[in-house]
Design a protein around this ligand. Structure first.
Ligand code: SF4
Length: 504
C-alpha cells in the first residue's frame, strides 16, 4: 500500500509511523509529503494550545470519495517538561494515524500504538514507580490504546515473574551471563543467529574455544575480585551441544573454576537445540556439572517442513532424544515451536501440539515466524509459501488454548518487527519451571554479560537503568583475532557501571 502522509514535519515521528504502517500492510510504502499514485492519502493537523494538543486526521482512498476521520485530544495538565509534552503530542498523532488505518483495513491492533518489543517491561516500570495495578492499566489503555485482553496477559505474566523472582527489582548488583557457541551441524533456512556449519572445521572450533576459555577466566577473575554474583548462566548459539562431549566437559570445568559461587547460580541452561547433536555422552557431561535445564527444539513435527527449512534431523530423532534426556535425569526441558513455518497451516500446527502432548516438556516457547531480513527465507519469499495473517492468528489462538488446557501458563513475551500477523512470541511453562534467564533478558533489570561469538552484552546501569550495549563479533575468525580486546573493553565498561574505580 502506497501512502501519502501530510502534515508531519517532525522527523522524530517518522520511524514509529513506519512501524505503525507495517502493522497493517505486509508491503507498506509510507511517504511524508506529496508522492505520485498514492493509494491512500492521510492528512494530519496538529494544533498545540497552552493546555492541550488536538490532533485531527482524514484518510482518503484513491478512486473513492469515502473519508476516514479521527480526532484525539491530550491535556498538558501533568506535562511538566518539554519531553512529556512531546510524548503527549506523539501519542495523539499515533492514535489518530492508527485509528484511520484500522478503519481503512478493518483490522484492530490489539497492542494499540505500542510498537516496542517488550510490553511487560512497561508494566513493570509503572508498578515499580508505585502505581497501583488499576492506575497502570488505565495508562496502558489510554496512552497506548492496548486492548484489555493484552493488558490482562501482561499482568498475568508480570505476576508470574514476580512469584518466580521475588527480588526481580533488586537484582541490579548481580548479573547474568550469556555464552555464545557459534556452531551448528548445518545452517537452517530461517536462521539469523551466528551459526556456522561445523563439518570439517575443527581447527576453527579449537581456536574459538581457546578464546572463550580466556574470556571466562578473565571475567571470572573480575567478578570474584569485585564480589559480584551471577544470577543465571545461559549457553546459546548456534547450538552449544554441537561441540564434542570432551569440549563441553572442559568448558563447564572452566566455568566452575573461574566463576564465583557457581553452586549458588539460580539456573544454568544449555540449548541443545538441534536433536541431532544430543548423545548419551553429552547428557552425562551436563549431568556431571549439574546442568538440568536444556532446550530441545523440534520447531515442527512434520518431516517435510524440517526438510524445507534446512534442519537435517528427523522428527523421530527429536522424540527419541527427548526420551533419552528424560531417562538420564533431565527434569527441566524446554521445547521451541514455530507458528507459520512454510507449508504449515492450522491442521499441521494442531498435529505438532498433539505430538507435544505426548512429551509434556516443562516449558514451551511458541514463536511466530518473523521474516528477518538476513534469512534465506526473506531472500526467497516466493519459494516459501506461508500462511496468511488470519490463519496465523488462528494458530496462535490454538496455542493459547492448548497451553491453558494442559496446565502451562505464560511467563514471558516479546514482540518482533516483521512478525507475521503482528503477534507475539510467548514462553509458557508448567508451574515452577519458568526460565529465570528468559525473565532477566526480557525485563532488563540487570546486566547480561555476553561471552563468546555473537554474544551481545547488555549493561544495565544499577541506578539509572540506562542500557549500554556491546557486541562480540559474530564470526569466529574476528572473534579469534580480538577476544582479548573485547574482554578488556567489557571490563572497562563494568568498572564504570558498578562505579568501581572510585572505590578501589
Ligand atoms: S539450529 Fe538454530 S542456530 Fe543453528 S542454524 Fe538452525 S536455527 Fe540457526
Amino acid at each position: 500500500m502506497k501512502i501519502q502522509l501530510n502534515g508531519i514535519r517532525d522527523e522524530r515521528f517518522e520511524r514509529p509511523l513506519h512501524h505503525i504502517t507495517q502493522l497493517f500492510f505486509e508491503e507498506s510504502d509510507l511517504h511524508f509529503g506529496v508522492v505520485e499514485n498514492a493509494e491512500l492519502t492521510v492528512s494530519i493537523l496538529i494544533t498545540e494550545e497552552a493546555d492541550k494538543v488536538v490532533v485531527t486526521g482524514v484518510g482518503v482512498l484513491a478512486n473513492s470519495s469515502k473519508k476516514f476521520e479521527s480526532m484525539f485530544e491530550n491535556s498538558f495538565k501533568e506535562a511538566e517538561t518539554e519531553k512529556k509534552r512531546f510524548t503527549l503530542v506523539k501519542g495523539a498523532v499515533f492514535y489518530v494515524f492508527l485509528t484511520i488505518l484500522q478503519d481503512v483495513t478493518g483490522m484492530i491492533q490489539q497492542w494499540g500504538i505500542l510498537t516496542g518489543i517488550r510490553p511487560t517491561k512497561l508494566l513493570h516500570k509503572k508498578l515499580q514507580e508505585g502505581k497501583t495495578k488499576e492506575q497502570a492499566h488505565a495508562e496502558l489503555r489510554e496512552d497506548y490504546k492496548i486492548l484489555d485482553s493484552k493488558i490482562n496477559l501482561m499482568q498475568a505474566i508480570v505476576d508470574r515473574q514476580l512469584a518466580v523472582v521475588p527480588d526481580l527489582y533488586h537484582l541490579e548488583k548481580e548479573l547474568s551471563i550469556y555464552i555464545g557457541i557459534p556452531f551448528c551441524p548445518t545452517k537452517c533456512a530461517y536462521c539469523t543467529f551466528p551459526a556456522y556449519a561445523i563439518g570439517g572445521k575443527q581447527g576453527k572450533v579449537d581456536s574459538f574455544l581457546g578464546g572463550l576459555h580466556y574470556e571466562i577466566r578473565e571475567m571470572g577473575k573480575w567478578l570474584k575480585e569485585n564480589n559480584i554474583n551471577i544470577t543465571t548462566i545461559y549457553y546459546g548459539g548456534g547450538t552449544p551441544t554441537s561441540i564434542t562431549a570432551e569440549e563441553m566437559d572442559l568448558l563447564y570445568e572452566e566455568m566452575y573454576e573461574s566463576f564465583p559461587n557457581v553452586d549458588k547460580v539460580r539456573e544454568i541452561t544449555v540449548e541443545a537445540g538441534r536433536p541431532d547433536t544430543i548423545t548419551p555422552e553429552k547428557l552425562e557431561v551436563l549431568k556431571k556439572w549439574n546442568i538440568d535445564r536444556i532446550s530441545i527444539n523440534p520447531q515442527s513435527y512434520i518431516q517435510e517442513t524440517l526438510k524445507a527449512i534446512g534442519r537435517h534431523h528427523t522428527v523421530e530423532e527429536t522424540i527419541d532424544k527427548f526420551h533419552l534426556a528424560r531417562s538420564m535425569g533431565m527434569n527441566n526441558i524446554n521445547m521451541d515451536l514455530i507458528i507459520g513455518l512454510p507449508g504449515e497451516g492450522v491442521s499441521e500446527f494442531q498435529f505438532t501440539l498433539d505430538e507435544t502432548e505426548k512429551l509434556m516438556p516443562e516449558s514451551l516457547t511458541v514463536h511466530t515466524l518473523s521474516f528477518k531480513r538476513a534469512s534465506e527465507m526473506t531472500k526467497n519469499k516466493e519459494k516459501y509459501k506461508v500462511a496468511d495473517r488470519r490463519e496465523i492468528t488462528e494458530m496462535m489462538g490454538l496455542a493459547t488454548q492448548w497451553t491453558n488446557e494442559h496446565g502451562y501458563s505464560p511467563y514471558y513475551l516479546y514482540r518482533q518487527k516483521n512478525i507475521l500477523g503482528n503477534l507475539e512470541n510467548v514462553g509458557y511453562s508448567l508451574p515452577g519451571q519458568e526460565s529465570i534467564y528468559n525473565i532477566m533478558i526480557m525485563e532488563e533489570k540487570q546486566t547480561i554479560l555476553g561471552l563468546g561469538c555473537g554474544a551481545s552484552s547488555k549493561f544495565v546501569h544499577p541506578v539509572t537503568g540506562k542500557i549500554t550495549r556491546f557486541a562480540n563479533p559474530k564470526d569466529p575468525k574476528s572473534y579469534n583475532d580480538g577476544y582479548e580486546k573485547y574482554t578488556k573493553d567489557k571490563i572497562a565498561i563494568l568498572n564504570e557501571l558498578f562505579d568501581l574505580e572510585k572505590t578501589k
